[in-house]
Design a protein around this ligand. Structure first.
Ligand code: SAM
Length: 295
């Protein structure tokens, strides 16, 4: 961890400790236990977070620990999408609703008072967060179980072993903010079977996949031949890998498809020089062979 990030982390934790009873007034507010203190994301950083999100019609954005609602409101205002803010602090929820009313996006946004560890955000296509490293790690299994392709954007804190797919830095005054993007990968671990037509012969194929987060490697069995698949990335539900056909110098067999549960559907293309021969690729995962992709 860099020196600046350490200072920010210490500062953040200091605010957290010194804000044990910060929210609202009265007895109810005093009972709120925050896992992260309220520190709003600067608008310059939101700019890059929403750039990474590539919002489009039909998206549903959730901001986990929404503070004053600014990310939710900006997403709805700019892209006209549905956006939901979740915060445990009732004062923040009141503030967010008032800010949404002022911004004129009440019809698109929703603010729920809930604990992010108990809330249901399974219909999200985009998740934003500005939390703390250990909170990100505690949320990681839930985030990895979201629909493949869901974009996760974090201000400042990473996901430890789950490497980001993209990162950017936003310098503001003396401090450099970091924005991370992850794309939830499909879990394609396990053993897959299908058959292909190779050299006019039906050939049984088997793929054994080892996967950690968005990276996998494996062994491809083409009939009696065993080929090694080097480390390759799963991008959301999209899977693509290729091998050079045994016994040939340059005939490439490219598999390209989409994972949906225990099915992989797409095309297998034999490429030799300028010639292309394409066939359907339909693979099925053997029951019970999938494993966790978290490490
Ligand atoms: C650092 S602020 C981020 C606010 C906003 N997302 C932003 O980036 O401007 C973290 C927020 O998380 C909320 N929070 C802390 N623990 C929470 C929990 N367990 N469940 C829901 N919200 C929580 C706090 O009340 C605070 O508003």
């Amino acid at each position: 961890m860099g020196k600046t990030r350490k200072i920010v982390l210490v500062l953040f934790c200091f605010i957290l400790i010194s804000s044990s009873f910060p929210p609202g007034q009265g007895l109810l507010a005093q009972e709120v236990r925050l896992d992260v203190p309220f520190v709003p994301t600067p608008y310059e950083v939101i700019e890059d977070m929403l750039r990474f999100a590539e919002l489009k019609k039909g998206d549903i954005l959730y901001d986990l620990g929404c503070g004053d609602g600014r990310i939710v409101i900006e997403a709805a205002r700019r892209a006209g999408i549905r956006a939901v803010g979740i915060d445990i602090d009732p004062e923040r929820i009141r503030e967010s609703r008032e800010n949404a009313r002022i911004a004129g996006v009440e019809n698109l946004v929703e603010f729920r008072r809930a604990n992010i560890f108990e809330a249901d955000f399974s219909d999200a296509t985009v998740v934003t967060m500005y939390l703390l490293p250990d909170v990100n790690i505690r949320l990681r299994p839930t985030i990895l179980s979201l629909k493949p392709g869901t974009r996760i954007i974090s201000h400042q804190f990473d996901m430890d072993e789950w490497q980001a797919d993209r990162m950017t830095y936003v310098p503001i005054d003396l401090y450099v903010h970091t924005v991370f993007l992850w794309i939830v990968p499909a879990n394609i671990s396990g053993t897959w079977d299908w058959s292909l037509n190779l050299n006019q012969k039906k050939t049984d194929c088997r793929l054994e996949v080892n996967q950690a987060y968005q990276y996998f490697s494996g062994k491809l069995y083409l009939g009696e031949q065993v080929l090694h698949i080097p480390e390759t990335k799963v991008v959301g539900p999209n899977v693509e890998f290729s091998v050079i056909l045994p016994g040939t110098a340059d005939t490439e067999l490219i598999f390209s498809g989409q994972a949906e549960g225990d099915q992989l559907n797409g095309t297998a293309t034999l490429v030799q020089g300028k010639k292309n021969a394409r066939q359907t690729w339909k693979a099925t995962r053997r029951p019970g062979t999938a494993t966790s992709i978290e490490r």
